[in-house]
Design a binder for this molecule. Structure first.
Ligand code: HEC
Length: 165
């Protein structure tokens, strides 16, 4: 028991010591901490605009999308999006979104993050984006965690394609 807890206690002491530095207590005792602090932050890199790598390793082409099932999945988007042409709500219309350049729906006020992402909404890119939108467009205003089930994503994309022309 003590053997397992001891390192945790030690780690706690190190953290506490690190936090008490600076302020009016005198000069920092060493520079050794800065490097350690930097590694604590996990810098998750944004995939390039033309990257379609998913977190779960799935590939769009491995799935057959079912538009009818996708309509049900779309109920998770409907609070903010519709597929009617020209109808923007909290989010832009998703009519004709498949194949479109990001940030180009007329009359919708995008964040710079979305507008300047350089993304083209191919099915493969949507498949990646919908897994975790914030990973693909950090700073997006779209408050949606993502769809972890790749079949749901493929079905939804089939539905969106059926609502494009
Ligand atoms: C809580 C509201 C909300 C939900 C839920 C939501 N979105 Fe969005 N979505 C937005 C907003 C707002 C934007 C614009 C983001 C920006 O400008 O930063 C957006 C942007 C998008 C874009 C980029 C559009 C473009 O023209 O570049 C796509 C694609 C998209 N959403 C698809 C979906 C899909 C599919 C779902 C359901 C799985 C969904 N969204 C759920 C609010 C939402």
């Amino acid at each position: 028991m003590h053997r397992i807890l001891a390192p945790l206690a030690a780690a706690g002491l190190i953290v506490t010591a690190g936090c008490s530095g600076g302020g009016d207590e005198g000069p920092p005792s060493s520079d050794g901490d800065s490097e350690e602090t930097a590694t604590v932050e996990e810098a998750e890199e944004t995939p390039a605009a033309d990257s379609t790598d998913t977190m779960d390793g799935t590939v769009f082409a491995e799935f057959t999308g079912d538009a009818a099932a996708g309509e049900t999945v779309f109920s998770q988007c409907r609070a903010c999006h519709v597929v009617d042409p020209g109808v923007n709500r909290t989010g832009p219309t998703l009519h004709n979104i498949v194949g479109a350049e990001a940030g180009q729906i007329d009359g919708f006020n995008y964040t710079d993050a979305n507008a300047n992402s350089g993304i083209v909404w191919t099915p493969e890119k949507l498949f990646q984006y919908l897994e975790r939108p914030q990973r693909i467009i950090p700073g997006t205003r779209m408050a949606f965690a993502g769809l972890s089930d790749p079949q749901d994503r493929a079905d939804l994309i089939a539905y969106l394609e059926a609502n494009s022309e």
